[in-house]
Structure formats: structure tokens, C-alpha cells
Design a protein. Sequence first.
Length: 154
Amino acid sequence: MISRLMRIVASVLIVVLMISTVGCYGSFELTKKVYKWNGTIGDKWINEVAFLGLNIVPVYGIAAFIDALILNSIEFWTGKNPVTSSTDQSIQIMKDGVALRVTATEEGAMVTDASGIVLARSVRTADGVTVYDGQGNLVGSLSNEQIAASFDQE
């Protein structure tokens, strides 16, 4: 009888622990990666067929399940999701004797000085690129057509 009671108590504690550790919404990075990958396969028709296939096979469901139970719990307790993209790339350049770091991300790019102060940043949008100075003031923007034309001139 005591053994059965201990199993029930242990089971309840495990369920409570699982529910309480996934109490945060989380960033669902794995599910986002599957979604982004799906968008790169081809045109809208191929992407739609792939999307349906990934739902029928339940790739999206499995990714969301892993995110909800494991990855978001890790993110809640550590503050970092283990799947978070590490696609940020950074290079250091010297300009007039000053070291500058240029960091490229999926959203755009950022230029910082040696002490980490942001000097400028760019944001990639559907229409082109917008550039801001270190204080967040708009410097200018380029449309996708202007960017394409600058490569055609080479």
C-alpha cells in the first residue's frame, strides 16, 4: 500500500514539475527554424506543399512538443535557448587606427567601437535596408531596387 502511495505521489510531483517548468511561453526557436527552412524551399506553391507535408508527417507538432517540454524549459531556467541561432557573424576592421567590429545578423548589421558602443546599425526590411546612427536616428535607406542596381554597376 505504501509503495503504491509513493508511486502516486512521485507521479503527481513529476507532472507538477513538468507543468511548472514549461510555464513560460518561451521563444520556440526549433519551431521557428523549421518554419524558416520551409520558406526557403522554393516558390509559394512548393512551400505550401512542403508546409502541408510537414504538418501531415507532424514535423511541426514534434518540433513544438520538443520546444514546449524541453527547450523552453531550459530557456526558462538558464536564460538561453540551446537552439538559438548562432548565425551572427562578426569581423573586426581598422579604420584610421580605430578598431571597429561589424556584426552581421539575420536582421541586418551593427558597427561598434572597441568598447562596444554602437556607432551605426542597419535593419533589413522587405522593402530594402534602413540605416541608423548610434543614437537611433535615421541616416537613410535603400530600396531593393537601389541595392540591386549598385551590384549591376560593377
